[in-house]
Design a protein around this ligand. Structure first.
Ligand code: IPM
Ligand code: MG
Length: 374
């Protein structure tokens, strides 16, 4: 006999989360499909359910609506519990998406959704998988015992959001971008970085250009003030040019890197490259509340789109970050991360991380393998 009561109780227990899914452009749709596969498996295993609402952004939105992000899309994202994003953008040299004003290009959609959802903190972990050591472009003596850092990048202020214009003065063209930070913007991102450091090795290196920029001098003083509330955390400051060098000279020294928008953009690409596997690195963009936007650190790679070549792991790990930061499902997040490590240690590789003696798999098979191990 079927026990309806038990069944009913079970369905009542199931937590439901509404995920806005933005596949985006290029490889975006393929990698997001694999992340959904893994999420569904984690849901099954840990008694929760994810419902998805697909939204258009970037080039896909330009094709459909003429703009990279519509008000409706932003409102739908706001109304969700969290947002999972693939990647946006196309081939700058060849795509008609770039024949328009900068504020109508695919990337403008990304900047606008971050701002619209007030996601001021971009969390980008960069660590070296022991098994992928060979992909690391650094010398063995520099790699040492490996490295494990997280870049906390301010995401809605600074140069990317300041006033900008191009004008002609006495027949000479000139372009102006402005870099503005107020103390509140600096304080809230610093607090995020120190909170994260408390759960790690309790070391924050704040990166700026205080030898030149006023905004960096304010940054430094506010970060020092925030540090007083975290006596267990060691804080030091590093100039951004030096940091770029230290990342390839002694990456093991970093735990949490706290920095402003543009420096964080540049340094996080560098940090991901030294792991040798940008296809493995996740990211989270967070605000004051629980809603976040989760996306791989890599781009849309239009050259390999639709060929089952893309590595879905960064997106799958971003989905794990979503479970951890937005839904407080730490067990499910741990299970996904463990499944990824297992697949790697079993020797399965997409082409970007392929090495001798390993088994090459495509995007879909990688997703299947990970889902099966959750
Ligand atoms: C990133 C990207 C974006 C940024 C671009 C596409 C606007 O480079 O997420 O790092 O600079 O934030
Ligand atoms: Mg970038």
């Amino acid at each position: 006999m079927v026990d309806f009561r038990a069944h009913q109780d079970k369905t009542e227990d199931v937590m439901e989360f509404h995920v806005a899914v933005i596949p985006g452009d290029g490889i975006g749709p393929e990698i997001v499909a694999e992340a959904r596969k893994v999420l569904d498996k984690a849901g099954e295993k840990f008694g929760c359910q994810f419902t998805y609402r697909e939204l258009l952004m970037g080039g896909a939105s330009i094709d459909a609506y003429g703009v990279p992000l519509t008000e409706e899309t932003l409102a739908a994202a706001k109304a969700s519990d969290s947002v999972l994003l693939g990647a946006v953008g196309g081939d700058v040299g060849n795509s008609r998406w770039y024949d328009v004003a900068p504020n109508l290009r695919p990337e403008a959609g990304l900047l606008a959704i971050r701002k619209g959802l007030e996601l001021f903190a971009n969390i980008r972990p960069a660590y070296l998988y022991q098994e992928l050591n060979k992909a690391c472009p650094l010398k063995e003596e520099i790699i040492g015992d490996g490295f494990d850092m997280v870049i906390v990048r301010e995401l809605t202020g600074g140069l990317y959001f300041g006033k900008r214009y191009t004008e002609e003065v006495d027949g000479v063209k000139r372009a102006v971008d402005t870099l503005v930070y107020d103390e509140n913007e600096i304080r809230r991102i610093a607090v995020k970085a120190f909170d994260i450091a408390m759960k790690r090795k309790k070391n924050v290196i704040s990166v700026d250009k205080a030898n030149v920029l006023d905004s960096s001098r304010l940054w430094r003083s506010v970060v020092e003030e925030v540090a007083k509330g975290y006596p267990e955390v060691t804080l030091s400051h590093m100039l951004v040019d030096n940091c770029a060098m230290q990342l390839v000279m002694n990456p093991g020294q970093f735990d949490v890197i706290l920095t402003e928008n543009m420096f964080g953009d540049i340094l996080s690409d560098e940090a991901s490259m030294i792991t040798g596997s940008i296809g493995m690195l996740s990211s989270a963009s967070l605000g004051a509340g629980k809603l976040g936007l989760y996306e791989p650190s890599h781009g849309s790679a239009p050259d390999i789109a639709g060929k089952d070549l893309a590595n879905p792991i960064a997106t799958i790990l971003s989905a794990a970050m979503m479970l951890r930061y937005s839904f407080d499902l730490d067990d499910a997040a741990d299970a996904i991360e463990a499944a990824v490590r297992k697949v790697i240690s079993e020797g399965y590789r997409t082409v970007d991380i392929m090495s001798e003696g390993c088994t090459r798999v495509g995007t879909k098979e990688m997703g299947d393998l990970i889902a099966a191990r959750v």
